[in-house]
Design a protein around this ligand. Structure first.
Ligand SMILES: [Zn+2]
Length: 450
């Protein structure tokens, strides 16, 4: 019996290796993103309520990353990072309402060369074509805004039922082609509403699961929104299976940022760099369900999505992409993950001058389980050991700043680099001819010139 197990394991390993070795292995790629989704509110991430049966099923067929973080907790900047593998200060979508710079290319551009037919279904206003600029490399980019919020006055979002219905129709029409599909769902974004069919009794949960100062009335509705969304994700996956696409497809499930429910006296997301807003789910179902039902616990970033997808398809990763391919051994050598936060969520000023002058207000660095946060203006530094203190309740920097000296130096170097880059890009974007040949070459490797 043991011998049979060994043979099966050997065949499994050979099969998995082939997944990454076969050059002709251009499988379909489907990204399902749920906006504003905290990883710790999904049952497959240990949440005590069964909020996510369909996502749990997907997780059983894939690889679950327990510690994935967004880079900045906002919609357009976050998804732009997902599709460019660049931080916001480089791709340009630094706040909702600021599109990526026109010369920045996104994932569908690199897939197009291999005859991928690409489509996106988005359901949140900041992702509109003119606001995010994320449409430019997709063959089709559908904006679904059928949901009436605020007493029916605003329809700035799409309903999961409608978004999945339209994505399913697209799949039926295009499934014979090689496809790249991005489906974006918005329900857990505030204002949250309860769905009758998905109403949970959160009082039954051990309250120590939640950080102090949590506003439970909001969480109850938030969980209901997650379960509602999950129901339609189930429908979408059902269709993918029915069309015979599931087993061979590469399916990624993720979010752009989390949500704060009163922790650190903060609600919603955008301006703070605590785990409540940075920690996001990431599930990767590989072609052939390879490595199914496994968990990876190292730090991963939303920056890693595009290079990871390209590497699984055995395609070249453009040099300027900053993320790591998560199934490449080098990922273990990552020095640190950097984060940035900007002022406010939505802006009205969109002139080029303004665009170029948007600077981060906060920075953070995560190395292993140690995290530092730096705030401009006050120059405050906070330090947390997130393995022991996931909710970041005890600021250790006050107690022993010397212990964090090396990490502080790394963070300060990074901040200088960002400031220099922003200054540099101002020169380039204002007057291209003022750049030296070397400047242009350097910017090329960073994704600025194609
Ligand atoms: Zn968002």
């Amino acid at each position: 019996m043991r011998k049979i197990n060994k043979i099966l394991l050997f065949l499994f390993v050979v099969f998995c290796n082939n997944i990454f070795a076969d050059k002709a292995n251009l499988k379909n790629v489907i990204i399902i993103s749920v906006d504003t989704l905290r990883a710790d509110h999904l049952s497959c991430y240990g949440y005590p309520i069964k909020t996510s049966p369909a996502i749990d099923d997907l997780s059983r067929d894939g690889v679950r990353f327990s510690r994935c973080f967004t880079i900045t907790p906002l919609t357009s900047p976050g998804f732009a990072t997902m599709l460019t593998s660049l931080p916001p200060y480089k791709h340009g979508s630094k706040r909702n309402g600021l599109p990526i710079f026109k010369h920045i290319r996104t994932l569908p551009h690199f897939l197009k060369k291999y005859n991928y037919c690409s489509s996106a279904f988005i359901s949140n206003w900041p992702l509109r074509e003119n606001l995010s600029g994320l449409h430019q490399d997709f063959d089709s980019y559908y904006e679904v805004f059928n949901k009436k919020r605020w007493f029916g006055l605003l329809n700035s979002e799409g309903n999961a039922k409608e978004v999945t219905k339209r994505a399913i129709k697209w799949l039926e029409d295009h499934h014979k082609k090689r496809i790249f599909l991005w489906v974006h769902l918005s329900e857990p974004h505030a204002p949250y509403v309860s769905h009758k069919k998905f109403d949970f009794d959160i009082k039954k949960i051990d309250l120590s699961y939640y950080p102090p100062r949590t506003r439970f009335s909001k969480i109850k509705k938030y969980d209901s929104e997650i379960a509602f969304t999950d129901f339609y994700i189930g429908k979408l996956i059902e269709k993918i299976k029915e069309l015979g696409l599931y087993h061979d497809s590469l399916i990624v499930f993720n979010s752009d940022h989390g949500e704060s429910f009163g922790e650190h006296n903060y609600f919603k997301h955008g301006r703070k760099l605590y785990n409540s807003c940075l920690h996001v789910p990431l599930i990767i179902k590989l072609p052939g369900n390879c490595l199914k039902n496994s968990t990876r616990d190292e730090n991963a970033s939303i920056l890693d999505l595009s290079p990871t997808i390209l590497s699984i398809l055995k395609l070249q990763i453009p040099e300027h992409m900053e993320g790591l391919a998560l199934f490449d051994k080098r990922v273990k050598l990552r020095e640190a993950i950097y984060f940035e936060a900007y002022r406010g969520a939505v802006i009205t000023e969109r002139s080029k001058k303004f665009h170029l002058n948007v600077h981060p207000r906060k920075f953070a660095i995560l190395q292993g389980s140690t995290k530092l946060i730096y705030t401009y203006g006050t120059k405050r530094i906070e330090a947390y050991r997130i393995k022991k203190d996931w909710f970041e309740l005890r600021d250790l920097y006050k107690e022993n700043p010397k212990e964090y000296y090396n990490l502080k130096i790394l963070l300060m170097k990074h901040i200088k680099k960002v400031e220099k880059y922003i200054q540099h890009s101002k020169r380039y974007l204002k007057k291209r001819s003022s750049l030296s040949k070397e400047d242009i070459e350097k910017l090329k490797t960073l994704g600025y010139i194609h």
